[in-house]
Design a protein around this ligand. Structure first.
Ligand SMILES: [Zn+2]
Length: 87
């Protein structure tokens, strides 16, 4: 796992909004795992983490991201998905 991903996931997840259908990565809208160009999967969801400074950034993620982060799986198991996001 990239170091950045491990650091990010210390933030609790507030909500996960699926994209229906999945969208291609383009411009600044890239997978949270793709900062080093190592992901070209379609984006399937928008993850809203909670930051201690009160900001609410968005992370765009692919299915591989979701299924490789245990905290994301735990969130989905407990809370499910929220309403689909509009890209
Ligand atoms: Zn990805």
């Amino acid at each position: 796992m990239p170091h950045s991903a491990a650091r990010e996931m210390r933030r609790p997840i507030l909500s996960i909004h699926p994209y229906v259908p999945a969208i291609e990565q383009q411009g600044d809208v890239i997978c949270s795992m793709a900062s080093r160009g190592d992901c070209d999967h379609k984006l399937i969801a928008e993850v809203c983490p909670e930051f201690s400074d009160g900001t609410t950034p968005r992370w765009w993620v692919c299915g591989e991201w979701l299924t490789s982060h245990s905290s994301a799986i735990a969130h989905i198991t407990t809370n499910g998905f929220q309403v689909p996001a509009v890209p």
